[in-house]
Design a protein around this ligand. Structure first.
Ligand code: GDP
Length: 197
């Protein structure tokens, strides 16, 4: 009888089990040196050992993790792009096309990276219309106050023009990095919910 009671229990638990968590592919875009690897390391949970062996975890540029946002679990597959400054479009096309959402990074200490983010946003718009794809413009390295070249209001204004959200972060201080990831999940859910409604 024990096996039949087991099967009753498992049937119940299947019925009660929640649906599998939503899975989202989030792509990091930005000029070299803005902090994409640092973001990936924090996401991967290796923030205190960026130079250690643990970094091999994020060496393949794709990292998957379950995160809880507002009490609901989501699976994020984080894609760390590289070499986005190349003019070779074929390198850019793949991550540009494959994301459900994008974190568009620049460094507040590097105006060229801010301009690069604008270029990338324009390229992205061709692949992903704004209404469908959440994008957050991320001004990283906000701990480097004295080296700031891009003001917060410039960043905010740029995000408004490009119809995306804006956040300033410091990967070095682990400030607002998870807020950026959580923000992108919230936006993805908003779009999901409005589609379902
Ligand atoms: P990537 O080329 O976009 O992947 O940039 P990395 O993540 O490799 O970062 C480039 C350099 O900037 C590294 O030396 C990082 O340690 C440093 N860095 C990244 N984020 C921050 C930050 O928020 N603050 C400071 N001060 N340095 C950072």
């Amino acid at each position: 009888w024990s096996s039949s009671s087991d099967s009753v229990i498992s049937a119940d638990s299947v019925e009660d089990s929640p649906p599998p968590p939503a899975s989202y592919r989030v792509v990091l875009l930005g000029a070299a040196g803005v902090g994409k690897t640092a973001f990936t390391s924090i996401f991967a949970g290796a923030a205190d050992s960026m130079d250690s062996d643990e970094c091999e975890l994020c060496g393949d540029e794709v990292f998957e993790k379950e995160v809880e946002v507002d009490g609901e679990t989501a699976t994020i597959t984080l894609v760390d792009t590289w070499d986005t400054e190349t003019d070779d479009d074929s390198v850019q096309d793949c991550p540009m096309q494959s994301g459900d959402a994008y974190l568009l990074l620049y460094s507040i200490t590097d105006r060229a990276s801010f301009l690069r983010a604008s270029e990338l946003r324009i390229t992205l718009r061709q692949f992903r219309p704004a209404e469908q794809t959440p994008i957050i413009l991320v001004g990283n390295k906000c701990d480097l106050v004295r080296r700031r070249e891009v003001s917060s209001s410039e960043g905010r204004a740029c995000a408004a023009v490009f119809d995306c959200k804006f956040i300033e972060t410091s990967a070095a201080m682990q400030h607002n990095v998870w807020e950026a990831f959580h923000g992108i999940v919230r936006q993805l859910r908003l779009r999901r919910d409005s589609k379902e409604a």
